[in-house]
Design a protein around this ligand. Structure first.
Ligand code: ADP
Ligand code: MG
Length: 139
C-alpha cells in the first residue's frame, strides 16, 4: 500500500491513523533517507496514542520511552538506529521490549538493525519526492 503526502501535517495524520489500529506488541520499522519524514510520522503515531508531547527526535538519545495512557498499551518506544548497530540495541534491552505485548516500538533507520527485527514487523518505506511531497510504502 502506498500513500503520497503533500505536507508534514498529512504525514502526521497518517501516523495518527495507524495509531488507532495498534493493539500492543507492534514493531513499526521506518526506513528511508534523512528528511524523508520518519520522525514526523512517528510524532503522528505518538500523538494518536494520546501521549503528551513534546516528542523530540531520538537521534541523539537513541531511545525514548513514553508512557501510554489507557489500558492495553503501557509504553511506546521511539528509537533511532542511525548511529547504532543491532548489537547496541540488544545491549539496550531490545529482546525484552520488542516481545512485550504492552509495548509499541517505533524504529527509525530499521534497515540498519535488520538482524534483530522480528518477521512480523510492519515496514514503512519513506521516499522524498520533492520539497513537500513524500511517498510512504507500507508492507
Ligand atoms: P527523518 O526522520 O526521516 O529524517 P523528519 O521527519 O525529521 O525526517 O524531517 C522531514 C522534514 O521534511 C521536516 O522538516 C518536514 O517539515 C519536512 N516535510 C516537508 N514535506 C513533508 C511531508 N510531506 N511529510 C513529512 N515531512 C515533510
Ligand atoms: Mg528522524
Amino acid at each position: 500500500m502506498k500513500f503520497t503526502t503533500n505536507n508534514n501535517k498529512e504525514t502526521q495524520k497518517l501516523g495518527k491513523v495507524l495509531a488507532k489500529e495498534l493493539r500492543g506488541g507492534e514493531i513499526i520499522c521506518l526506513s528511508g533517507d534523512l528528511g524523508s519524514g520518519k520522525t514526523t510520522f512517528s510524532q503522528g503515531i505518538l500523538n494518536g496514542l494520546k501521549i503528551k508531547g513534546p516528542y523530540t527526535s531520538p537521534t541523539f538519545v537513541i531511545l525514548k520511552k513514553y508512557k501510554v495512557p489507557g489500558e492495553k498499551i503501557k509504553n511506546a518506544y521511539h528509537i533511532d538506529a542511525y548511529r547504532i548497530k543491532s548489537r547496541d540495541l540488544e545491549e539496550l534491552g531490545w529482546k525484552e521490549l520488542a516481545k512485550s505485548k504492552e509495548n509499541i516500538v517505533i524504529l527509525e533507520w530499521a534497515e540498519r538493525t535488520k538482524r534483530i527485527i522480528p518477521r512480523n514487523a510492519l515496514w514503512i518505506r519513506f521516499k522524498w519526492i520533492d520539497r513537500n511531497k513524500r511517498e510512504l510504502a507500507f508492507s
